[in-house]
Ligand binder design. Structure first.
Ligand SMILES: NC(=O)c1ccc[n+]([C@@H]2O[C@H](COP(=O)([O-])OP(=O)(O)OC[C@H]3O[C@@H](n4cnc5c(N)ncnc54)[C@H](OP(=O)(O)O)[C@@H]3O)[C@@H](O)[C@H]2O)c1
Length: 330
């Protein structure tokens, strides 16, 4: 198949491009040319999707068999794609589990769960999903919607629970305690990007997947405490986990904290049974520790683990939390 990946040099997309090439597809990536990592054998079209007329004309001219959009974030992106890919055989939209929000009627969350997004990002993705599904039901636009949860790989790196931050890895290496939210028992799940790629490749061109929405997660779940301890195991050093209540974390102006408040502080468990049923190629293999080891190697090779001695907020919060614990009413 002649396939175009919009944003083909990204965290989730690079392994998809590699796998499609291995499977013999003719793969074109549409990017601005700013991010490295174009897999050997992929063709590239340099462009910015926000230059709508040029983007839509290029896609219409090329008349690809299939398209995978990795970087659609707004309803305008969806409307643009309906014009760009008029007449295409299959279109895959990358949505997010953030469309569900954090107030659940049942767990694990299945694709038919009501959407109650709490962030602009989630609201925009939910709106895009409904635009695509309306186009499918109205005009037969051949869309499949994929909703990933946390999907980590060498490009994204290893986040932590309380912030989008990488210095925690250096803190473990240096034997410093790290903070978790509350008791660290909030449930989450992680998928390695190499395990996500077969889901996309397996959906591609499969008729039964057209008009369908799929959560993209591994089976099971882990607590954030287990995740952080798995990293300690990989690094080979055990450090103390210091629990700080969410309400207190909210007041502290921790850099890049929003991800915790919006997602990681909560139990976010999704079911991918529909994907396992329809796409047998989706068969995650990475254990949590193997994924952490692989990604950490890549982060070290790229010098992406910051020196925690230069980042002062965490020790200050830990000192304050210890002072609270030292208070006795007896
Ligand atoms: N990772 C997760 O945990 C997670 C969870 C849920 C959902 N998702 C969804 O997964 C998708 C992310 O996929 P990814 O990780 O592969 O993406 P990514 O790492 O953000 O990749 C960005 C790619 O898009 C290109 N790009 C950026 N802006 C562009 C523009 N204006 N025009 C053309 N190309 C552009 C970049 O290349 P250039 O810089 O060269 O343009 C690069 O190829 C998103 O839709 C996100 O909502 C991710």
């Amino acid at each position: 198949m002649r396939v175009v990946i919009i944003g083909g040099t990204g965290n989730i997309s690079i392994p998809i491009v590699r796998l499609l090439l291995q499977q013999g597809h003719e793969v074109t990536c549409y990017n601005r040319g700013q991010s490295p990592g174009l897999p050997d054998g992929a063709r590239v079209i340099i462009g910015d999707r926000h230059d709508r007329p040029a983007y839509e004309a290029a896609m219409q001219r090329e008349a690809f068999d299939a398209a995978i959009d990795m970087i659609g974030f707004t309803p305008e992106d969806a409307e643009s794609n309906l014009r760009a890919f008029r007449g295409i055989s299959h279109f895959i939209h990358t949505s997010t589990v953030c469309t569900y929000g954090i107030d659940y009627d049942w767990l694990p969350v299945t694709e038919d769960h009501p959407l109650r997004p709490i962030t602009q990002y989630g609201r925009d993705k939910a709106r895009m999903d409904s635009i695509y599904l309306a186009a499918y039901h109205g005009d037969g636009f051949p869309v499949t919607i994929i909703r990933p949860s946390t999907t980590h790989g060498p490009k994204q790196g290893l986040t932590r629970q309380i912030a989008w931050d990488y210095a925690w890895l250096d803190r473990i290496r240096k034997g410093k305690p790290i903070i978790v939210c509350g008791d660290g028992k909030a449930l989450h799940s992680f998928l390695h990007v190499d395990d996500a790629a077969p889901a996309y490749a397996g959906v591609l061109g499969r008729q039964k997947c057209i008009g369908q929405t799929y959560n993209l997660v591994d089976r099971g779940f882990t607590t954030w405490e287990q995740y952080h301890r798995a990293a300690m195991q990989v690094i080979g050093r055990e450090v103390e986990l210091i629990g700080v209540p969410l309400a207190d974390l909210r007041t502290l102006n921790i850099p890049a904290f929003a991800i915790c408040d919006e997602i990681f502080a909560h139990n976010v468990i999704y079911s991918a049974e529909k994907l396992f049923r329809d796409v047998p190629e989706f068969n995650p293999r990475y254990t949590l520790t193997a994924a952490i080891a692989h990604i950490l190697d890549a982060m070290d090779a790229a010098g992406r683990v910051p020196n925690s001695d230069d980042i002062l907020w965490e020790d200050r919060v830990i000192a304050a939390q210890r002072a609270v614990r030292a208070v006795s009413l007896a």
